[in-house]
Design a protein around this ligand. Sequence first.
Ligand code: NAP
Length: 493
Amino acid sequence: MTQHELRDGAPVYGNYINGQFVPTASGETFEVRNPADRDEIVAHMAKGTADDVNSAIEAAEEAFKSWSRTGALQRANILYKAADLLVQRANEIGRDLTREEGKTIKEGIGETLRAANIMRYYAGETLQSNGDVYPSANPTTMLYSIREPLGVVGMITPWNFPIAIPVWKVAPALAFGNTIVFKPASAAPLCTMHMVQALEDAGLPAGVVNVVTGPAGAVGDAIVNDPRVVAISFTGSADVGGHIRALAAARGAKVQLELGGKNPAIVLADADMQHAAQQVMAGAMNATGQKCTATSRAIVDRRIASDFTAMLQERISKLVVGDPLDEATQMGPLIDDASADRVVREIEAARQSGAEFVMGGERPEALAGGAFITPSLFTNVTSDSRMGQEEFFGPLLGVIPVDDMDEAIAVANSVKYGLSASIFTSDLGTAMRFVREIHAGMVHVNSETAGAEYQLPFGGYKASSSYSREQGKAAVEFYTQTKTVFMDPPTPA
Ligand code: NAP
Protein backbone atom coordinates (compact mmCIF):
# COMPACT_ATOMS: atom_id res chain seq x y z
CA MET A 1 0.00 0.00 0.00
CA THR A 2 1.21 3.49 -0.82
CA GLN A 3 2.38 5.48 2.21
CA HIS A 4 1.35 9.12 2.03
CA GLU A 5 3.31 12.00 3.52
CA LEU A 6 1.62 13.50 6.59
CA ARG A 7 1.00 17.21 7.08
CA ASP A 8 -0.65 18.40 10.33
CA GLY A 9 -1.26 14.71 11.04
CA ALA A 10 -3.31 14.26 7.86
CA PRO A 11 -2.23 12.39 4.71
CA VAL A 12 -1.26 14.37 1.62
CA TYR A 13 -2.61 12.84 -1.60
CA GLY A 14 -1.44 13.56 -5.11
CA ASN A 15 -3.57 12.84 -8.14
CA TYR A 16 -3.56 9.16 -9.10
CA ILE A 17 -2.23 9.07 -12.67
CA ASN A 18 -0.75 6.13 -14.52
CA GLY A 19 -0.55 4.01 -11.36
CA GLN A 20 1.21 6.64 -9.21
CA PHE A 21 0.13 9.25 -6.70
CA VAL A 22 1.72 12.35 -8.23
CA PRO A 23 1.74 16.00 -7.15
CA THR A 24 -0.48 18.28 -9.19
CA ALA A 25 1.04 20.47 -11.88
CA SER A 26 -0.07 23.49 -9.80
CA GLY A 27 1.76 22.24 -6.69
CA GLU A 28 -1.30 23.32 -4.67
CA THR A 29 -3.47 21.30 -2.30
CA PHE A 30 -6.82 21.78 -0.58
CA GLU A 31 -8.01 20.56 2.81
CA VAL A 32 -10.79 18.07 3.44
CA ARG A 33 -12.29 18.82 6.87
CA ASN A 34 -14.38 16.66 9.16
CA PRO A 35 -17.93 18.05 9.10
CA ALA A 36 -18.43 16.84 12.69
CA ASP A 37 -15.32 18.70 13.86
CA ARG A 38 -14.26 21.39 11.46
CA ASP A 39 -10.89 21.80 13.22
CA GLU A 40 -9.87 18.32 12.11
CA ILE A 41 -8.18 18.05 8.72
CA VAL A 42 -8.96 14.62 7.28
CA ALA A 43 -6.68 14.87 4.22
CA HIS A 44 -4.83 17.27 1.96
CA MET A 45 -5.75 16.66 -1.67
CA ALA A 46 -4.18 17.83 -4.91
CA LYS A 47 -5.77 20.93 -6.42
CA GLY A 48 -5.79 19.48 -9.90
CA THR A 49 -5.54 21.40 -13.16
CA ALA A 50 -6.45 20.92 -16.80
CA ASP A 51 -2.81 19.78 -17.37
CA ASP A 52 -3.33 16.99 -14.80
CA VAL A 53 -6.52 15.96 -16.60
CA ASN A 54 -4.59 15.86 -19.86
CA SER A 55 -1.96 13.53 -18.30
CA ALA A 56 -4.73 11.34 -16.86
CA ILE A 57 -6.46 11.06 -20.25
CA GLU A 58 -3.17 10.22 -21.98
CA ALA A 59 -2.56 7.45 -19.43
CA ALA A 60 -6.11 6.12 -19.82
CA GLU A 61 -5.87 6.15 -23.64
CA GLU A 62 -2.62 4.21 -23.55
CA ALA A 63 -3.93 1.71 -20.97
CA PHE A 64 -7.09 1.10 -23.01
CA LYS A 65 -5.03 -0.62 -25.71
CA SER A 66 -4.20 -3.53 -23.41
CA TRP A 67 -7.03 -3.38 -20.82
CA SER A 68 -9.71 -3.67 -23.51
CA ARG A 69 -7.99 -6.88 -24.68
CA THR A 70 -7.42 -8.32 -21.21
CA GLY A 71 -9.24 -11.60 -20.66
CA ALA A 72 -12.58 -11.44 -18.90
CA LEU A 73 -11.46 -13.80 -16.16
CA GLN A 74 -8.42 -11.66 -15.41
CA ARG A 75 -10.61 -8.55 -15.14
CA ALA A 76 -13.01 -10.48 -12.91
CA ASN A 77 -10.24 -11.67 -10.61
CA ILE A 78 -8.92 -8.16 -10.08
CA LEU A 79 -12.41 -6.97 -9.12
CA TYR A 80 -12.92 -9.95 -6.79
CA LYS A 81 -9.60 -9.29 -5.11
CA ALA A 82 -10.28 -5.56 -4.77
CA ALA A 83 -13.64 -6.43 -3.20
CA ASP A 84 -11.89 -8.66 -0.67
CA LEU A 85 -9.52 -5.81 0.17
CA LEU A 86 -12.44 -3.42 0.69
CA VAL A 87 -13.93 -5.93 3.12
CA GLN A 88 -10.60 -6.37 4.95
CA ARG A 89 -10.23 -2.57 5.17
CA ALA A 90 -13.91 -1.82 5.85
CA ASN A 91 -13.36 -0.50 9.37
CA GLU A 92 -10.58 1.86 8.27
CA ILE A 93 -12.39 3.01 5.11
CA GLY A 94 -15.72 3.30 6.93
CA ARG A 95 -14.04 5.46 9.55
CA ASP A 96 -12.51 7.74 6.91
CA LEU A 97 -15.86 7.88 5.14
CA THR A 98 -17.50 9.05 8.36
CA ARG A 99 -14.71 11.56 8.98
CA GLU A 100 -14.99 13.12 5.52
CA GLU A 101 -18.74 12.87 4.93
CA GLY A 102 -20.33 12.81 8.38
CA LYS A 103 -22.69 9.82 8.14
CA THR A 104 -22.66 7.47 11.13
CA ILE A 105 -19.91 4.88 11.46
CA LYS A 106 -22.47 2.12 10.99
CA GLU A 107 -23.54 3.74 7.72
CA GLY A 108 -19.89 4.32 6.72
CA ILE A 109 -18.84 0.71 7.23
CA GLY A 110 -22.11 -0.52 5.70
CA GLU A 111 -21.51 1.57 2.58
CA THR A 112 -17.97 0.17 2.24
CA LEU A 113 -19.24 -3.40 2.46
CA ARG A 114 -21.90 -2.59 -0.08
CA ALA A 115 -19.19 -1.23 -2.41
CA ALA A 116 -17.39 -4.58 -2.08
CA ASN A 117 -20.58 -6.41 -3.08
CA ILE A 118 -21.00 -4.13 -6.10
CA MET A 119 -17.46 -5.03 -7.21
CA ARG A 120 -18.26 -8.74 -6.84
CA TYR A 121 -21.48 -8.38 -8.82
CA TYR A 122 -19.62 -6.79 -11.75
CA ALA A 123 -16.78 -9.30 -11.47
CA GLY A 124 -19.46 -11.93 -12.16
CA GLU A 125 -20.87 -9.86 -15.01
CA THR A 126 -17.56 -10.05 -16.92
CA LEU A 127 -18.29 -13.71 -17.62
CA GLN A 128 -21.88 -13.26 -18.78
CA SER A 129 -22.81 -13.43 -22.45
CA ASN A 130 -21.68 -10.28 -24.27
CA GLY A 131 -23.71 -10.66 -27.40
CA ASP A 132 -26.43 -12.50 -29.30
CA VAL A 133 -26.59 -14.84 -32.26
CA TYR A 134 -29.30 -14.28 -34.90
CA PRO A 135 -30.72 -16.31 -37.77
CA SER A 136 -29.87 -14.87 -41.19
CA ALA A 137 -31.85 -14.58 -44.42
CA ASN A 138 -28.89 -16.37 -45.95
CA PRO A 139 -28.53 -19.88 -44.44
CA THR A 140 -24.72 -19.90 -44.65
CA THR A 141 -24.26 -16.51 -42.98
CA MET A 142 -23.63 -16.41 -39.28
CA LEU A 143 -25.07 -13.23 -37.75
CA TYR A 144 -24.14 -12.09 -34.30
CA SER A 145 -23.57 -9.05 -32.15
CA ILE A 146 -20.86 -8.45 -29.61
CA ARG A 147 -20.59 -5.79 -26.95
CA GLU A 148 -17.31 -3.92 -26.87
CA PRO A 149 -15.93 -1.32 -24.46
CA LEU A 150 -16.28 2.37 -25.30
CA GLY A 151 -12.78 3.68 -24.53
CA VAL A 152 -11.87 6.35 -21.98
CA VAL A 153 -14.84 7.16 -19.72
CA GLY A 154 -15.00 10.33 -17.59
CA MET A 155 -16.70 10.11 -14.20
CA ILE A 156 -17.78 12.88 -11.82
CA THR A 157 -19.38 12.02 -8.48
CA PRO A 158 -21.06 13.72 -5.50
CA TRP A 159 -19.94 13.57 -1.86
CA ASN A 160 -22.94 11.84 -0.31
CA PHE A 161 -21.95 8.22 -1.07
CA PRO A 162 -18.17 8.64 -1.25
CA ILE A 163 -17.39 4.99 -1.92
CA ALA A 164 -20.58 3.34 -3.18
CA ILE A 165 -21.15 5.76 -6.07
CA PRO A 166 -17.52 5.70 -7.30
CA VAL A 167 -17.59 1.90 -7.20
CA TRP A 168 -20.92 1.57 -8.96
CA LYS A 169 -19.48 3.53 -11.87
CA VAL A 170 -15.91 2.20 -11.87
CA ALA A 171 -16.66 -1.51 -11.39
CA PRO A 172 -18.89 -1.95 -14.47
CA ALA A 173 -16.68 0.29 -16.61
CA LEU A 174 -13.68 -1.91 -15.75
CA ALA A 175 -15.61 -5.16 -16.02
CA PHE A 176 -16.49 -4.34 -19.64
CA GLY A 177 -12.95 -3.20 -20.59
CA ASN A 178 -13.00 0.60 -20.38
CA THR A 179 -10.42 2.90 -18.83
CA ILE A 180 -11.27 5.82 -16.60
CA VAL A 181 -10.57 9.44 -15.68
CA PHE A 182 -12.35 10.20 -12.43
CA LYS A 183 -13.11 13.38 -10.48
CA PRO A 184 -14.60 12.85 -7.00
CA ALA A 185 -16.46 15.57 -5.09
CA SER A 186 -14.09 17.98 -3.36
CA ALA A 187 -15.90 17.66 -0.03
CA ALA A 188 -15.30 13.90 0.25
CA PRO A 189 -12.61 12.61 -2.13
CA LEU A 190 -10.66 10.35 0.25
CA CYS A 191 -12.74 7.20 -0.23
CA THR A 192 -12.13 7.33 -3.97
CA MET A 193 -8.43 7.05 -3.14
CA HIS A 194 -9.17 4.02 -0.94
CA MET A 195 -11.00 2.50 -3.91
CA VAL A 196 -8.06 3.02 -6.30
CA GLN A 197 -5.64 1.72 -3.69
CA ALA A 198 -7.67 -1.49 -3.38
CA LEU A 199 -7.73 -1.83 -7.19
CA GLU A 200 -3.97 -1.23 -7.44
CA ASP A 201 -3.26 -3.72 -4.66
CA ALA A 202 -5.50 -6.21 -6.46
CA GLY A 203 -3.30 -5.93 -9.57
CA LEU A 204 -5.06 -3.34 -11.74
CA PRO A 205 -2.52 -2.21 -14.37
CA ALA A 206 -1.25 1.38 -14.33
CA GLY A 207 -3.34 3.90 -16.25
CA VAL A 208 -6.60 1.94 -16.23
CA VAL A 209 -8.12 4.15 -13.50
CA ASN A 210 -6.87 7.71 -13.02
CA VAL A 211 -8.14 10.20 -10.43
CA VAL A 212 -7.78 13.97 -10.56
CA THR A 213 -9.09 15.87 -7.54
CA GLY A 214 -9.86 19.55 -7.32
CA PRO A 215 -11.98 22.40 -8.54
CA ALA A 216 -15.18 21.55 -10.35
CA GLY A 217 -14.68 24.04 -13.17
CA ALA A 218 -11.01 23.40 -13.97
CA VAL A 219 -10.99 19.62 -13.51
CA GLY A 220 -14.63 18.77 -14.26
CA ASP A 221 -14.93 20.83 -17.42
CA ALA A 222 -11.53 19.61 -18.70
CA ILE A 223 -12.83 16.03 -18.45
CA VAL A 224 -16.23 16.76 -19.97
CA ASN A 225 -14.86 18.83 -22.86
CA ASP A 226 -12.04 16.53 -24.00
CA PRO A 227 -12.89 14.66 -27.23
CA ARG A 228 -10.74 11.69 -26.15
CA VAL A 229 -13.24 11.07 -23.32
CA VAL A 230 -15.95 9.25 -25.24
CA ALA A 231 -18.53 8.95 -22.45
CA ILE A 232 -19.37 10.80 -19.23
CA SER A 233 -21.07 9.33 -16.19
CA PHE A 234 -22.19 12.05 -13.77
CA THR A 235 -24.04 11.93 -10.46
CA GLY A 236 -24.89 15.16 -8.69
CA SER A 237 -27.30 18.09 -8.68
CA ALA A 238 -29.76 18.83 -11.47
CA ASP A 239 -28.12 22.20 -12.21
CA VAL A 240 -24.62 20.81 -12.71
CA GLY A 241 -26.09 17.84 -14.58
CA GLY A 242 -27.77 20.22 -17.03
CA HIS A 243 -24.46 21.99 -17.64
CA ILE A 244 -22.68 18.67 -18.27
CA ARG A 245 -25.46 17.42 -20.53
CA ALA A 246 -25.11 20.53 -22.70
CA LEU A 247 -21.31 20.22 -22.97
CA ALA A 248 -21.39 16.49 -23.67
CA ALA A 249 -24.22 16.80 -26.21
CA ALA A 250 -22.41 19.61 -28.04
CA ARG A 251 -19.55 17.25 -28.90
CA GLY A 252 -21.61 14.07 -29.24
CA ALA A 253 -20.29 12.22 -26.16
CA LYS A 254 -22.36 9.49 -24.59
CA VAL A 255 -23.69 10.80 -21.28
CA GLN A 256 -25.33 9.32 -18.21
CA LEU A 257 -26.80 11.63 -15.56
CA GLU A 258 -28.12 10.72 -12.11
CA LEU A 259 -29.52 13.83 -10.47
CA GLY A 260 -31.75 15.04 -7.65
CA GLY A 261 -35.06 13.96 -6.18
CA LYS A 262 -38.07 15.23 -4.23
CA ASN A 263 -39.33 11.84 -3.25
CA PRO A 264 -42.86 11.32 -1.95
CA ALA A 265 -44.21 8.70 0.44
CA ILE A 266 -47.99 8.39 0.18
CA VAL A 267 -49.60 7.16 3.40
CA LEU A 268 -53.21 6.03 3.11
CA ALA A 269 -55.72 5.48 5.91
CA ASP A 270 -55.62 1.68 5.48
CA ALA A 271 -51.83 1.49 6.03
CA ASP A 272 -50.10 -0.03 9.03
CA MET A 273 -49.42 3.39 10.54
CA GLN A 274 -46.66 2.35 12.95
CA HIS A 275 -44.76 0.64 10.16
CA ALA A 276 -45.33 3.57 7.80
CA ALA A 277 -44.12 6.10 10.40
CA GLN A 278 -40.97 4.10 11.06
CA GLN A 279 -40.24 3.74 7.34
CA VAL A 280 -41.00 7.35 6.42
CA MET A 281 -38.81 8.59 9.25
CA ALA A 282 -35.94 6.31 8.15
CA GLY A 283 -36.36 7.43 4.54
CA ALA A 284 -36.24 11.09 5.56
CA MET A 285 -33.56 11.04 8.23
CA ASN A 286 -31.01 8.28 7.54
CA ALA A 287 -27.68 9.66 6.32
CA THR A 288 -28.90 13.04 7.69
CA GLY A 289 -31.40 13.24 4.85
CA GLN A 290 -28.58 13.61 2.32
CA LYS A 291 -29.65 10.92 -0.11
CA CYS A 292 -30.99 11.54 -3.60
CA THR A 293 -33.67 8.96 -2.75
CA ALA A 294 -34.51 10.43 0.69
CA THR A 295 -38.19 10.91 1.50
CA SER A 296 -38.87 14.62 1.72
CA ARG A 297 -42.65 14.68 1.28
CA ALA A 298 -45.12 12.58 3.30
CA ILE A 299 -48.40 12.81 1.38
CA VAL A 300 -50.92 11.68 3.96
CA ASP A 301 -54.67 11.00 3.94
CA ARG A 302 -56.15 14.02 5.73
CA ARG A 303 -58.14 11.80 8.12
CA ILE A 304 -54.94 10.39 9.64
CA ALA A 305 -52.58 13.30 9.02
CA SER A 306 -52.65 14.61 12.57
CA ASP A 307 -52.08 11.19 14.20
CA PHE A 308 -49.41 10.30 11.66
CA THR A 309 -47.57 13.58 12.24
CA ALA A 310 -47.60 12.89 15.98
CA MET A 311 -46.12 9.43 15.36
CA LEU A 312 -43.38 10.92 13.21
CA GLN A 313 -42.66 13.58 15.80
CA GLU A 314 -42.34 10.99 18.54
CA ARG A 315 -39.85 8.97 16.52
CA ILE A 316 -37.85 11.90 15.17
CA SER A 317 -37.49 13.45 18.62
CA LYS A 318 -35.77 10.27 19.85
CA LEU A 319 -33.03 10.38 17.19
CA VAL A 320 -29.61 10.79 18.77
CA VAL A 321 -27.73 13.55 16.92
CA GLY A 322 -24.00 13.77 17.58
CA ASP A 323 -20.51 12.51 16.86
CA PRO A 324 -20.96 10.06 13.97
CA LEU A 325 -17.98 7.99 15.16
CA ASP A 326 -19.88 7.23 18.37
CA GLU A 327 -21.80 3.97 17.86
CA ALA A 328 -24.78 5.36 19.79
CA THR A 329 -25.26 8.25 17.35
CA GLN A 330 -28.11 7.91 14.85
CA MET A 331 -27.60 11.14 12.93
CA GLY A 332 -24.35 12.92 12.11
CA PRO A 333 -23.80 16.42 10.71
CA LEU A 334 -24.53 17.76 7.26
CA ILE A 335 -21.64 17.90 4.83
CA ASP A 336 -20.64 21.45 5.80
CA ASP A 337 -21.76 24.62 7.55
CA ALA A 338 -22.99 26.17 4.32
CA SER A 339 -25.41 23.25 3.90
CA ALA A 340 -26.58 23.44 7.52
CA ASP A 341 -27.14 27.20 7.21
CA ARG A 342 -29.00 26.68 3.93
CA VAL A 343 -31.36 24.17 5.57
CA VAL A 344 -31.95 26.58 8.48
CA ARG A 345 -32.86 29.30 5.96
CA GLU A 346 -35.29 26.96 4.18
CA ILE A 347 -36.92 26.14 7.52
CA GLU A 348 -37.30 29.83 8.30
CA ALA A 349 -38.77 30.49 4.86
CA ALA A 350 -41.21 27.58 5.27
CA ARG A 351 -42.35 28.96 8.62
CA GLN A 352 -42.91 32.38 7.06
CA SER A 353 -44.83 30.90 4.14
CA GLY A 354 -47.47 29.31 6.37
CA ALA A 355 -46.39 25.66 6.73
CA GLU A 356 -46.97 24.45 10.29
CA PHE A 357 -43.66 23.98 12.09
CA VAL A 358 -43.57 20.90 14.31
CA MET A 359 -39.96 20.49 15.43
CA GLY A 360 -36.23 20.73 14.77
CA GLY A 361 -34.02 22.95 12.66
CA GLU A 362 -31.69 24.04 15.47
CA ARG A 363 -27.91 24.24 15.39
CA PRO A 364 -27.22 22.69 18.84
CA GLU A 365 -24.84 24.76 21.00
CA ALA A 366 -23.21 21.60 22.39
CA LEU A 367 -22.29 20.53 18.84
CA ALA A 368 -21.11 23.93 17.66
CA GLY A 369 -17.83 22.46 16.36
CA GLY A 370 -19.59 20.80 13.42
CA ALA A 371 -22.32 21.22 10.80
CA PHE A 372 -25.04 19.76 13.02
CA ILE A 373 -28.72 20.49 12.82
CA THR A 374 -31.61 18.82 14.61
CA PRO A 375 -34.01 16.87 12.36
CA SER A 376 -37.00 18.89 11.32
CA LEU A 377 -40.69 18.19 10.68
CA PHE A 378 -43.43 20.37 9.21
CA THR A 379 -47.09 19.67 8.59
CA ASN A 380 -49.87 21.28 6.54
CA VAL A 381 -47.28 21.93 3.85
CA THR A 382 -48.78 22.99 0.53
CA SER A 383 -47.66 21.19 -2.57
CA ASP A 384 -46.84 24.36 -4.49
CA SER A 385 -44.55 25.78 -1.77
CA ARG A 386 -40.75 25.50 -1.90
CA MET A 387 -40.94 22.78 0.72
CA GLY A 388 -43.38 20.92 -1.51
CA GLN A 389 -41.25 21.32 -4.64
CA GLU A 390 -37.50 21.79 -4.03
CA GLU A 391 -34.80 19.35 -3.01
CA PHE A 392 -33.35 20.59 0.32
CA PHE A 393 -30.88 17.73 0.86
CA GLY A 394 -31.07 17.67 4.64
CA PRO A 395 -33.01 16.14 7.56
CA LEU A 396 -36.25 17.90 6.76
CA LEU A 397 -39.66 16.29 6.16
CA GLY A 398 -42.94 17.96 5.21
CA VAL A 399 -46.37 16.38 5.67
CA ILE A 400 -48.83 17.30 2.90
CA PRO A 401 -52.43 16.32 3.78
CA VAL A 402 -54.62 15.18 0.85
CA ASP A 403 -58.28 14.21 0.46
CA ASP A 404 -57.98 11.03 -1.58
CA MET A 405 -55.82 8.85 -3.83
CA ASP A 406 -56.46 11.04 -6.90
CA GLU A 407 -55.06 14.05 -5.08
CA ALA A 408 -52.20 12.00 -3.59
CA ILE A 409 -51.02 10.91 -7.03
CA ALA A 410 -51.45 14.41 -8.49
CA VAL A 411 -49.38 15.93 -5.66
CA ALA A 412 -46.75 13.19 -5.85
CA ASN A 413 -46.34 13.83 -9.59
CA SER A 414 -46.41 17.64 -9.35
CA VAL A 415 -42.63 18.15 -8.97
CA LYS A 416 -39.94 18.38 -11.64
CA TYR A 417 -38.16 15.31 -10.22
CA GLY A 418 -39.17 11.65 -10.45
CA LEU A 419 -36.49 9.57 -8.79
CA SER A 420 -38.15 7.38 -6.16
CA ALA A 421 -41.60 7.10 -4.55
CA SER A 422 -43.40 5.01 -1.93
CA ILE A 423 -46.94 4.12 -0.98
CA PHE A 424 -48.16 2.65 2.30
CA THR A 425 -51.46 0.80 1.93
CA SER A 426 -52.95 -2.61 2.60
CA ASP A 427 -55.00 -2.55 -0.61
CA LEU A 428 -53.41 -4.42 -3.50
CA GLY A 429 -55.46 -2.63 -6.15
CA THR A 430 -54.43 0.78 -4.81
CA ALA A 431 -50.79 -0.29 -4.72
CA MET A 432 -51.00 -1.47 -8.33
CA ARG A 433 -52.64 1.78 -9.38
CA PHE A 434 -49.79 3.69 -7.69
CA VAL A 435 -47.18 1.68 -9.58
CA ARG A 436 -49.00 2.46 -12.86
CA GLU A 437 -49.57 6.17 -12.30
CA ILE A 438 -46.55 7.44 -10.39
CA HIS A 439 -43.89 9.24 -12.44
CA ALA A 440 -40.80 7.81 -10.79
CA GLY A 441 -37.98 5.55 -11.81
CA MET A 442 -38.08 3.50 -8.61
CA VAL A 443 -41.25 2.71 -6.70
CA HIS A 444 -41.73 1.05 -3.34
CA VAL A 445 -44.86 -0.45 -1.86
CA ASN A 446 -44.83 -0.42 1.95
CA SER A 447 -41.16 0.52 2.26
CA GLU A 448 -39.20 3.77 2.36
CA THR A 449 -38.14 5.63 -0.79
CA ALA A 450 -34.40 5.13 -0.23
CA GLY A 451 -32.72 1.83 -0.95
CA ALA A 452 -30.98 0.46 -4.00
CA GLU A 453 -29.83 -2.99 -5.00
CA TYR A 454 -26.99 -3.20 -7.49
CA GLN A 455 -28.58 -5.91 -9.68
CA LEU A 456 -31.47 -3.54 -10.53
CA PRO A 457 -31.59 -0.49 -12.78
CA PHE A 458 -31.20 2.70 -10.73
CA GLY A 459 -32.42 6.09 -11.94
CA GLY A 460 -35.35 8.42 -12.26
CA TYR A 461 -37.99 9.96 -14.50
CA LYS A 462 -38.08 13.61 -15.55
CA ALA A 463 -35.32 15.89 -14.18
CA SER A 464 -33.94 13.14 -11.94
CA SER A 465 -32.10 11.32 -14.67
CA SER A 466 -32.79 12.40 -18.22
CA TYR A 467 -33.65 8.78 -19.05
CA SER A 468 -30.33 7.41 -17.80
CA ARG A 469 -30.12 4.29 -15.66
CA GLU A 470 -27.16 2.85 -13.79
CA GLN A 471 -26.35 -0.54 -12.25
CA GLY A 472 -27.69 -3.96 -13.13
CA LYS A 473 -28.05 -4.60 -16.85
CA ALA A 474 -28.32 -0.84 -17.43
CA ALA A 475 -24.58 -0.62 -16.79
CA VAL A 476 -23.90 -3.01 -19.67
CA GLU A 477 -25.90 -0.73 -21.96
CA PHE A 478 -23.97 2.34 -20.90
CA TYR A 479 -20.41 1.03 -20.71
CA THR A 480 -20.45 -0.95 -23.97
CA GLN A 481 -21.33 -0.46 -27.62
CA THR A 482 -22.64 -3.11 -29.97
CA LYS A 483 -20.84 -4.44 -33.02
CA THR A 484 -22.97 -6.43 -35.47
CA VAL A 485 -21.08 -9.15 -37.36
CA PHE A 486 -21.99 -10.79 -40.70
CA MET A 487 -19.77 -13.91 -40.99
CA ASP A 488 -19.76 -15.69 -44.33
CA PRO A 489 -17.62 -18.57 -45.56
CA PRO A 490 -14.62 -17.59 -47.74
CA THR A 491 -16.24 -19.22 -50.73
CA PRO A 492 -20.03 -19.08 -51.10
CA ALA A 493 -21.49 -22.59 -50.72
P1 NAP B 1 -22.97 18.83 -7.28
O1 NAP B 1 -22.73 20.13 -6.65
O2 NAP B 1 -23.77 18.78 -8.53
O3 NAP B 1 -21.53 18.18 -7.52
C1 NAP B 1 -21.39 16.88 -8.05
C2 NAP B 1 -20.02 16.75 -8.71
O4 NAP B 1 -19.96 17.64 -9.82
C3 NAP B 1 -18.85 17.15 -7.80
O5 NAP B 1 -17.76 16.32 -8.07
C4 NAP B 1 -18.58 18.58 -8.23
O6 NAP B 1 -17.26 19.00 -7.95
C5 NAP B 1 -18.81 18.45 -9.72
N1 NAP B 1 -19.07 19.70 -10.41
C6 NAP B 1 -19.64 20.83 -9.92
N2 NAP B 1 -19.69 21.78 -10.88
C7 NAP B 1 -19.14 21.23 -12.01
C8 NAP B 1 -18.88 21.71 -13.33
N3 NAP B 1 -19.21 22.94 -13.69
N4 NAP B 1 -18.32 20.87 -14.21
C9 NAP B 1 -17.98 19.62 -13.87
N5 NAP B 1 -18.16 19.12 -12.63
C10 NAP B 1 -18.74 19.91 -11.71
O7 NAP B 1 -23.69 17.80 -6.27
P2 NAP B 1 -23.30 17.44 -4.78
O8 NAP B 1 -23.61 18.59 -3.89
O9 NAP B 1 -21.93 16.87 -4.73
O10 NAP B 1 -24.31 16.22 -4.48
C11 NAP B 1 -25.64 16.40 -4.10
C12 NAP B 1 -26.57 16.22 -5.29
O11 NAP B 1 -26.32 14.96 -5.90
C13 NAP B 1 -28.03 16.20 -4.90
O12 NAP B 1 -28.78 16.94 -5.82
C14 NAP B 1 -28.39 14.72 -4.98
O13 NAP B 1 -29.76 14.46 -5.18
C15 NAP B 1 -27.56 14.27 -6.12
N6 NAP B 1 -27.36 12.82 -6.09
C16 NAP B 1 -28.00 12.04 -7.03
C17 NAP B 1 -27.88 10.66 -7.01
C18 NAP B 1 -28.56 9.79 -8.03
O14 NAP B 1 -28.09 8.67 -8.25
N7 NAP B 1 -29.63 10.24 -8.65
C19 NAP B 1 -27.08 10.06 -6.03
C20 NAP B 1 -26.43 10.87 -5.10
C21 NAP B 1 -26.57 12.26 -5.14
P3 NAP B 1 -16.88 19.79 -6.60
O15 NAP B 1 -17.21 18.87 -5.49
O16 NAP B 1 -15.43 20.04 -6.75
O17 NAP B 1 -17.72 21.03 -6.57
